[in-house]
Design a protein. Sequence first.
Length: 132
Amino acid sequence: LSLHDALPICAGFRYVFNLVKDDLDLDDAFSREVLSLIHELYTNIAVHGSPGGEYRLIVFWDDDNLIHVDQVNDVSSKNLFLDKPRSGNGLLLHIKWIESIGGFVKSSSEKGAWQFHARFPVVMSEDSTEPV
């Protein structure tokens, strides 16, 4: 997955996402899911984050072929985008996908901060005979 400037500008965040390791061939559906998760996390930061607050989103691929996604942000006491449609399923669908491929997620909200931590195995194109 090497996606330089592939993600759109999301609610004022400009970001570049590169996840590359030894030119290995990641499964396309897996790559799309990872990008979709990153986009969802940035959307949630924009919608629920505290204006002027801090946020951090770290994604890395470790030596055991696990993807780590760690996100923390200050939480606003009010919704900043009142007209944004709310399904309540965006992050939940990603969590179900992560668990379906053998990963795990821990999330919490405490002391004015939201935390999301996920670990899941890398899916290579040769590992997948079906869409992820």
